[in-house]
Design a protein. Structure first.
Length: 261
């Protein structure tokens, strides 16, 4: 089994109505959703899952920035520096999807190969080309293109791929967004962890039956994804980590206090 360290990097918090993650919630109820990324130290090189929000207000989706809180130490480059890494050290970045709270600082990682779902990538490029303001990431897309980032789109028909020994990329398909990716990591001591990202916002979405979020692109796809993820985690005997579950995140061991191995 490959020797690894998995670091949880805090990247801020988003305050908003709970209906964002649970459509049938009380419209007056608010929730604090953690924004986070993951660094995996691996013998074959470090891998990053997501890159948090951008620090520049002009590069933020207005909806995100309006209710977003981030300390200087939460900046992705500062979280990495605290662990002795620079952006140039990162050679692989898995982008769960291209929303502003997950893809804010991709351009920092100029030496990296970026793995993204092909439908997520092509639809975002299309929205950018059409200058559709609903994309929320048009400014980012223009900048990423100008920087010549190296993208590796994951085909919709490819269910999973081994990125590194002990690290599998999982293709969840459409749901929260056009195309969602996650990771299944097998650590020597902790065991298996399934990182679902926003394919499953929080424990309440799981049900059963699956409870839909208010912010969702494909409702049927979301239900299929959640059911498949829960089943895969059970079959693998894996811990299941959700994308924005405040209670679960509070209980996790976060950098620089510690890591999972």
């Amino acid at each position: 089994m490959a020797k690894m360290k998995l670091h949880i990097l805090e990247n801020g918090y988003l305050l908003g109505p709970k209906t964002n993650s649970l459509a049938d919630a009380d419209p007056a109820e608010m929730q604090t959703a953690p924004i986070w990324s993951v660094l995996i130290e691996h013998a074959d090189g470090p891998l990053l899952l997501d890159a948090g929000c951008h620090t520049d207000e002009k590069r933020q989706h207005p909806m995100i920035f309006k209710d977003f809180s981030m300390r200087p130490e939460d900046h992705i480059q500062n979280r990495l520096a605290a662990l002795g890494f620079e952006p140039k050290d990162i050679r692989r970045v898995v982008v769960s999807h291209l929303h502003a709270d997950h893809s804010g600082h991709l351009e920092l990682f100029k030496e990296a190969e970026f793995f993204v779902h092909e439908d997520e990538f092509t639809q975002r490029v299309k929205l950018y080309a059409l200058n559709d303001p609903s994309a929320g990431s048009n400014g980012d897309m223009a900048f990423w293109i100008s920087q010549g980032l190296r993208w590796t789109p994951i085909p919709r028909e490819e269910p999973e791929r081994e990125l590194l020994p002990g690290v599998r990329l999982l293709n969840f398909g459409p749901g929260h967004s056009f195309g969602m990716l996650g990771l299944l990591v097998e650590l020597p001591k902790t065991g298996k962890i399934l990182l679902a990202g926003d394919a499953v916002y929080n424990r309440e979405n799981v049900g059963p039956p699956v409870r839909l979020p208010g912010n969702v692109f494909d409702r049927e796809g979301f239900v299929r994804s959640v059911e498949s993820i829960v089943r895969r985690a059970k079959d693998e005997g894996a811990l299941l980590w959700y994308g924005h579950d405040e209670a679960q995140f509070a209980a996790l061991l976060k950098s620089p206090a510690g890591y999972y191995e």
